[in-house]
Design a protein around this ligand. Sequence first.
Ligand code: 5AD
Ligand code: SF4
Length: 442
Amino acid sequence: MSGKTFYIETFGCQMNVHDSEKVIGTLMAHGYSQVEAPEAAGLVLYNTCSIRDKAEQKVFNRLQNFKRQAGNGKIFGVLGCVAQQEGEKIFDRAPHVSLVAGSASYTRLGEMLVELEAGNRRVTGLSLDTDQTFETPLTRRDNPHRAYITIIEGCDKSCAYCVVPFTRGPERSRASESVMAEARGLAESGYTEIQLLGQNVNSYRDPSPAGQDFAALLARVAEVPGIRRVRYTTSHPRDYGKNIVDAMDANPVLCDHVHLPVQSGSTRMLAAMDRLYTRDDYMRRIEWLKTARRAYSITTDIIVGFPGETEADFQKTLDLLDEVEYASLFSFKYSPRPNTAALHLPDPVPEEEKQRRLVIVQERQRAIQIRRNAELIGAIREVLVEGRHEALGQWIGRTSDNRTLNFTHSAGDGHALAGRYLPVRVTRSGPNSLVGESVTVV
Ligand code: 5AD
Ligand code: SF4
């Protein structure tokens, strides 16, 4: 390899995006520089997702495309959830791959790089029995204003459809002082928004003697001087306590948004999915949020076509959408995954029926969003300016409740506004975003 270069492509959730930031930081500390195209790189890495079959197939398509390039010394590595799930089978399926490592092994990434550099073409990091979290001072963050902080890794739940406990291993919470030190450091280097990450942040439990729970950690992070917004994702309804809502109510730095994946509106389906809550339990949490001191926007994830889901179950999901009126949602067709409890369940829902239900969910939700977003016309919201959309002549803004609010601004040009917080009046609305104009002259 001449001058150590790498290319990395990331699939999947924010945890993966943040893992890639840490991987990039580690590689740079080992003398590698990042390039923007796989063709130009000595080391090509894919940080993969296996949540649904489609996500998993993407990496194999990529590897197939580059198969011929392996001859000229290019090294390929598969990281993340597909790596953990498929393990050494990846070497059989794609023999030009030299590195296969899951996220629980990234603490050993430096050693793995040394092995690769020494010419080893079968380097693996697949152990899940780590009690460490992947901490690196070398994180290379992409966004100059918003930073991710991992507070908990892995997942101890066993939702019947989900690969995550198998790909990310058991839960490990990070010591609160380590989280706080990272938050303070980020504030000092100019970040104003922090997003706390974990597969299930609500089950955070400080391993140090302080023993803080998630609500307590949230409250502390929100008090870091210089931090203006704190978000968190993702939540499991079962562990979502009232004290979290109370913590948010007490400090507006904690953003007006909660992502609370419900998956189904049918208690029968929730039991089949092993979600550990009923529809009523879930609705109680929605009630806390709706009767809270501030208005919170609520978003969710929905799975349609889980084995055994009847038309009546499906109707209960639609009915839940009407009842909650989510600000937005992600909806998916159930995809059978390796190792999971649901893999061999009887009564699969045919593909066409899953597709039909998915479209109905999306249409129903779209109507809700059109209506709810239109109600915001005339309102003034503070946005964090994320950048500029030149083609539209608009600035890109994000509200505390996690809506995109693009806006025009009479004064100021170039990129001078990025990173600022400005009040914007909503003038138009669509199903997925809002448009407005800034109400101050800067
Ligand atoms: N099939 C379809 N959707 C899934 N999700 C997780 N596992 C599966 C699966 N096997 C969805 C859930 C979860 C989101 C991240 O992905 O809705 O909340
Ligand atoms: Fe995909 Fe889940 Fe892994 Fe995130 S944790 S990358 S969503 S499989």
